[in-house]
Design a protein around this ligand. Structure first.
Ligand code: SAM
Length: 230
């Protein structure tokens, strides 16, 4: 059963996920102050992720983005740091607990008002995105972001130990294809992160592609839903 060999442990207020099966892999924990994330935030609104979610003109009205596969919230943190309001959906209870703990720590970081402001733009729901999307009205948000686990094709570079643990814990998102249709019914714009050479999610050809270094963002535009921000 996915998750059976994992346990959460708290150290000085920070929650970490440990694997009983791979104790030498180290713990999975959320660090939104990492050098990598700081670099990504510094790259600004011209970076591929921000263009994929259309963060241009954030000043006039910040977009509301639903990150339907939240994971460790790194992409969402970058989007919120660049001005978006982000709703996180995460169905794996242990991962949702890590997110909840990280958000609480960020919100109460009185020494760092910027961190508090970013966290203030993020809302977390412990939910299966399929249920959330099924209940959402068309136009409920400006854009939806999907970053399901990459398919194991035997050709890609070995995932990091952290990603291997997450894959074991979550079961590898084998049902990710179903999210795409559901997302396109709700938002004018849906962006899907894929490995650069992978087939499109659910075999559905994208309306546009934004390439990045080892990945790409496939964009799906539902013209029957009015873009909220024009
Ligand atoms: C590859 S991770 C996302 C990484 C994330 N973009 C980040 O920056 O940290 C995929 C996550 O999506 C979650 N997920 C997959 N399908 C989901 C669904 N239907 N509803 C909610 N969460 C889902 C998995 O539990 C997993 O934590």
């Amino acid at each position: 059963m996915p998750g059976a060999a994992f346990h959460l442990r708290e150290n000085q207020g920070a929650l970490a996920l440990h694997s009983g099966r791979h104790p030498h892999y180290g713990a999975v924990q959320i660090d939104w102050h990492s050098a990598d994330l700081c670099r990504r935030i510094a790259a600004g609104r011209r970076q591929p992720l921000a263009r994929a979610l259309d963060l241009s003109n954030v000043g006039s009205r910040p977009p509301h983005i639903v990150d339907a596969t939240a994971g460790l919230g790194r992409d969402a943190w970058v989007l919120a740091a660049l001005g978006a309001h982000v709703t996180l959906l995460e169905r794996t209870p242990a991962v949702a607990a890590l997110l909840d703990n990280a958000l609480q720590r960020a919100r109460s970081d009185a020494a760092n008002p910027t961190t508090q402001a970013i966290a203030g733009r993020i809302t977390l729901h412990r939910a299966d995105a399929r249920d959330w999307l099924a209940a959402a009205a068309p136009g409920a948000c400006d854009a939806i972001y999907l970053d399901p686990m990459y398919p194991e094709d035997g050709k890609s570079a070995l995932p990091t130990k952290e990603m291997q643990l997450l894959r074991e814990l979550t079961g590898g998102d084998p049902d990710a294809g179903g999210l795409l249709d559901a997302a396109c019914r709700v938002a004018h714009r849906v962006a899907v992160k894929r490995p650069r050479r992978a087939l499109p999610l659910a075999g559905r050809i994208a309306d546009a592609i934004i390439p990045a270094s080892r990945i790409r963002f496939d964009l799906y535009l539902n013209t029957s839903i009015r873009p909220c921000r024009v």
